[in-house]
Design a protein around this ligand. Structure first.
Ligand SMILES: C[S@@+](CC[C@H](N)C(=O)[O-])C[C@H]1O[C@@H](n2cnc3c(N)ncnc32)[C@H](O)[C@@H]1O
Length: 296
């Protein structure tokens, strides 16, 4: 089943009334585990998400570590069953403190082998600015684990995410250009600023969600690891960054989110991005009509 409308009809039949739906997006408000269990199977081309890290953010109660690991394994197994065979999981993970073990233990160390998929690569997201520490190094990275169902059959659109920032773009070897005309491979370390808050330094894209993904990060994941018209799933939708990226790049998107207030932020974001896209398309049409040469 690939057609988005068919997926939407099936999800509504199984999950009930969505919080919001459009031709390209559908958002359900509720617990991801429960919603996943009620859903059908093999709808999605990719899962792109950032789950709670169990660090006491306002949307999560801290669980004992073992319970958190089991919960993570459970939702990932549920989400994986909704993926197509050629599907991928792009999982953003940070750090947690563990009593007597470590101040900031990378979650991938704890979780990576609890995920019944093939770990294709780890991407380091370097966010270049953040809290300044005195007694240890200031943390500046999180990870994105790129899992695939089938290690011989997955989507990777290198040309869509090439890095145009090339030092010697005209360098040649044996008379042939050394660098691809679209730029270089962006490597597995991505320098992308976090969404910032605060007077005078708040990012333009900032919503009132406490842990918003930067659009540039999700855009790279959507463009590089899904094809046009793909159906992307975010089981922890938050403020709707994955919706926005999918809308801007001709992908469809399904999201689950447990906090109604965040569902409302995501809904308003969908409405405003869709209005902007429609407005731009209308402007282009008008420009085309004005500049079209008169034939005859
Ligand atoms: C790290 S945030 C995601 C932020 C999102 N990527 C964005 O750009 O806004 C995790 C989200 O998961 C939601 N969440 C936590 N537990 C959940 C659950 N059991 N089911 C669904 N959503 C949940 C939280 O409310 C929070 O919005």
């Amino acid at each position: 089943m690939t057609d988005f409308n068919t997926v939407k009809i099936d999800l509504i039949a199984k999950l009930g009334i969505p919080y919001h739906e459009t031709d390209s997006c559908i958002l359900f408000c509720g617990d991801t585990l429960q919603l996943q269990k009620k859903s059908g199977s093999r709808y999605f081309d990719a899962i792109i998400t950032s789950p709670p890290y169990n660090i006491g953010k306002e949307y999560e109660a801290v669980r004992p570590l073992q319970e958190y690991i089991e919960w993570t394994a459970e939702w990932i197994d549920g989400a994986r069953k909704l993926l197509k065979n050629s599907g991928a999981l792009l999982l953003n993970l940070g750090y947690i403190p563990i009593d007597d073990k470590g101040r900031a233990v990378p979650l991938p160390y704890i979780l990576w082998d609890k995920i019944p998929m093939y770990l294709n690569q780890e991407i380091v997201w370097n966010y270049s600015a953040g809290v300044a520490c005195k007694n240890y190094l200031s943390p500046r990275n999180e990870k994105i684990l790129w899992y695939v169902n089938d290690k011989e059959n997955y989507v990777f659109n290198l040309d869509a995410i090439r890095d145009k920032n090339v030092k010697y773009p005209n360098s040649k070897r044996n008379g042939k250009p050394r660098v691809h005309t679209l730029g270089k491979n962006p490597s597995d370390v991505w320098e992308i600023a976090k969404v910032t808050t605060g007077l005078n330094r708040s990012s333009e894209e900032r919503t009132s969600h406490p842990c918003q993904f930067p659009a540039d990060l999700i855009n790279r994941l959507v463009l590089g690891f899904t094809n046009e018209n793909a159906i992307v799933f975010d089981p922890f939708m938050g403020s709707g960054t994955t919706f926005e990226s999918c809308l801007r790049h001709n992908r469809f998107c399904v999201g689950f989110e447990i906090v109604p207030e965040y569902c409302e932020i995501a809904k308003q974001r969908i409405i405003s991005v869709e209005a902007e896209i429609k407005h731009t398309a209308t402007q282009l049409e008008l420009e085309r009509a004005v500049y079209e040469p008169v034939c005859g």
